[in-house]
Design a binder for this molecule. Structure first.
Ligand SMILES: CC(C)(COP(=O)(O)OP(=O)(O)OC[C@H]1O[C@@H](n2cnc3c(N)ncnc32)[C@H](O)[C@@H]1OP(=O)(O)O)[C@@H](O)C(=O)NCCC(=O)NCCS
Length: 187
C-alpha cells in the first residue's frame, strides 16, 4: 500500500477528450516564462513580482517526483502547451490540498479547456491519490474562473473581504472547495 506522497510523486499523464495533462517540468521553461508575461492572467491570479529565468528553471526542476504537490502542463492532443494546473500546499493529515490553474493566453479561455482539465485533476486526486478536500481562492473580479470551478464541482464556502489590493482597489477573495463526496457535475 503506497502513501499519499508516493502517489503524488508517481503523478501520471491524464488524458481527456481534448487534452493531455503531463508532468510539468524543465521542458516547459519557455512556455512558463511566456505565461508570466500575460498581464491579464497575472491580475486574475493576483500574482506579483518578477521571476528570473533561473528562478523559474529551479522551480520547474523540483517538480517531477515531488511528493507534496502535483503540477500538470495542460497540452492539446498535439502536445502544444495550453497552460498549467497545480495541486499544492499538501496537508497530509487532513488529506487536503490547494488548487490553481491558468491557461496560457486569452485566446485559449472560454472554450472549456480549464474546466475539462480541472475535472480530470480533481477526479484523479480524489479517486487515485486519496484526497478528501481540495480548496482554492478566486478573486471577485474573476467570475469566469468561479463559474468554471462551479462546473467542476467546487462550492462557495465563504468570502475573504479585501484580501487583495490591486492597483489601489480592494478585492474580495471567494473561498471555494470540493470534497471527495461532493457531486461531480458533467461526468
Ligand atoms: C479560469 C480558467 C482556467 C477557466 O477555464 P476556461 O476554459 O476558460 O473555462 P470555461 O470555458 O470552461 O468556463 C468559463 C465560464 O465562465 C463564463 N463566463 C465568462 N465570462 C464571464 C463573466 N464575466 N461572468 C460570469 N461568467 C462568465 C463562461 O460563460 C463559462 O461558463 P458556461 O460554460 O456556463 O457558459 C481560464 O479562464 C484561465 O486560465 N483564466 C486566466 C487565469 C485565471 O483566472 N486563473 C484562475 C485564478 S483563480
Amino acid at each position: 500500500m503506497s502513501t499519499l506522497s508516493e502517489r503524488l510523486a508517481a503523478q501520471p499523464t491524464l488524458t481527456t477528450e481534448r487534452l493531455r495533462l503531463v508532468q510539468l517540468g524543465p521542458d516547459h521553461l519557455d512556455e512558463t516564462m511566456a505565461a508570466l508575461d500575460d498581464q491579464e492572467a497575472m491580475r486574475l491570479t493576483g500574482t506579483r513580482g518578477t521571476f528570473t529565468r533561473d528562478q523559474v528553471r529551479a522551480h520547474l526542476d523540483r517538480l517531477p517526483g515531488a511528493g507534496d504537490r502535483a503540477d500538470f502542463a495542460i497540452t492539446g492532443a498535439d502536445g502544444v502547451y495550453l497552460g498549467e494546473v497545480v495541486l499544492n500546499e499538501l496537508e497530509e493529515d487532513d488529506l487536503a490540498m490547494n488548487y490553481r490553474i491558468a491557461l496560457a493566453g486569452p485566446s485559449l479561455r472560454g472554450q472549456g479547456y480549464g474546466t475539462e482539465a480541472g475535472r480530470a485533476v480533481v477526479d484523479w486526486a480524489f479517486d487515485e491519490v486519496g484526497l478528501h478536500r481540495i480548496s482554492l481562492e478566486v478573486y471577485a473580479f474573476n467570475p469566469a474562473a468561479q463559474r468554471s470551478y462551479e462546473k467542476i464541482g467546487f462550492l462557495v464556502e465563504g468570502r475573504a473581504r479585501d484580501a487583495l489590493r490591486w492597483d489601489g482597489a480592494w478585492v474580495d477573495a471567494v473561498r471555494m472547495a470540493m470534497l471527495d463526496t461532493d457531486p461531480r457535475p458533467g461526468r
